[in-house]
Design a protein around this ligand. Structure first.
Ligand code: CDP
Length: 202
């Protein structure tokens, strides 16, 4: 059985950076599942119907350079509420997790719904202000026209939508190890994640 690591958590908690580093450390494949929802959201913004967009999603849709914008992030969290959108994306995620020797998947419902039998589950979080601050810097570096207040609003709106939805809400799995990265550098967050994984691997 391939080794599966799930990393869930709220918006801009650093899941992407931690997941990539963890995958590189263990030589595992990494899937940013948020990109799937962002790609569906981007198609909806150009007029597609959400369920059809999810059912016909192509690998090239994930290469859209606009996927990291706040507009697409908001739309992603709106389409992510739709149960049929989520189910259309389930097989792709589970097939990804089935590859050897192991994989790291990050998102919102990976440890709870997509891979409930994962070997290690992490829940990576931080205060809303810390997360918004990190995302603001990231977007600014990309040249985006954003304000720190706007980014904080975006993060809070998405968290609320993600936590309150009926299907696959954002919540830590019962057996997840929570890592609060509020006071940590990225190196410390990565080290904490690797330590938690090694502790579970035995
Ligand atoms: O990078 P960030 O944490 O800001 O967001 P993301 O992981 O790219 O996810 C964008 C949106 O997709 C989230 O706000 C969720 O609404 C949705 N999503 C989800 O519902 N389930 C997942 N497994 C991943 C993302």
């Amino acid at each position: 059985m391939p080794f599966t690591i799930t990393i869930d958590g709220p918006a801009a908690a650093g899941k992407g950076t931690v997941s990539k580093a963890v995958a590189a450390h263990f030589g595992f494949a990494h899937l940013d599942t948020g990109l799937l929802y962002r790609a569906v959201g981007a198609k909806v913004l150009t007029g597609a119907e959400p369920i059809a967009a999810a059912q016909t999603l192509q690998p090239t849709d994930l290469e859209n350079p606009d996927l990291r914008t706040q507009t697409v992030a908001q739309e992603a969290s709106k389409v992510a509420v739709i149960a049929e959108v989520r189910s259309a994306l389930t097989d792709f995620q589970r097939n990804f997790a089935a590859q050897g020797p192991g994989s790291v998947l990050d998102g919102r419902d990976i440890g709870t719904v997509i891979c409930p039998n994962a070997d290690v589950k992490l829940f990576v979080t931080a205060s809303a202000e810390t997360r918004a601050d990190r995302r603001y810097k990231e977007l600014k570096e990309r040249g985006a026209d954003v304000t720190s207040e706007g980014v904080l609003e975006d993060v809070i709106a998405r968290d609320t939508r993600d936590r309150e939805r009926a299907t696959a809400p954002l919540i830590a799995a019962e057996d997840a190890v929570t890592i609060d990265t509020s006071g940590m550098t990225i190196e410390e967050a990565v080290a904490a994640a690797i330590a938690a994984i090694n502790a579970k691997r035995g």
